[in-house]
Design a protein around this ligand. Sequence first.
Ligand SMILES: [Zn+2]
Length: 215
Amino acid sequence: MPFVNAEKKTEARGMKKAAEQREFETKAVETQADTMRYIDAFEFVRVGKSLEGSVPLARFVRLLDGLPEQDPAAMVRWAAQADRGPLGEELIRLDVATALTLRCQRCLGPLAMPIESGVVLQLVQTEAELDNPDTFDMSELAAEQAGEDYEKVLGSRKFDLQEQVEDELILSVPYVPRHERCPGGESEGGDGQERKPSPFAALAQLKSSSGDVGK
Ligand SMILES: [Zn+2]
């Protein structure tokens, strides 16, 4: 029956077109992965995309401002995964990892600090939807119930992923970084009398005393 055939042909053509479209989208994603920087955030979530890559640490100028000299070969690894919240919130799960060189606040020597962190970004459409203490927001409640804390960000068709990676790294830098044991030991940084218990010893003590309470 020619009629059926014609219909099938149209269908086949439609499928081919869809396949071409997918291929086009895949190519677009690959290009974005190379340059990393911008994605269409809403589209990213709508089709459930994921992306990952690595970028030289030296490119994160805001992060490195005020930090000592870094390993020139250091890279930042990142992964972004689209997701939906319990109320259909548009989410991007972002994980970041790198190795920073910080300055020890006790001996002022360089301190290697591996950083690994993650954040769940919730896309909003307008500035007004960004965190506002005066408004009640169902999505905050939903996030809380899901045991998560969504970080609201303004989504866009040219969403700066690198900026989000950099923000997360900046938030992950310890406020007062210190060697567990400074190289050179007691002779450095002070009168040698100062022997503070290590934070781990304090933690062990806390654990054992809370264990006593439980008995
Ligand atoms: Zn130190």
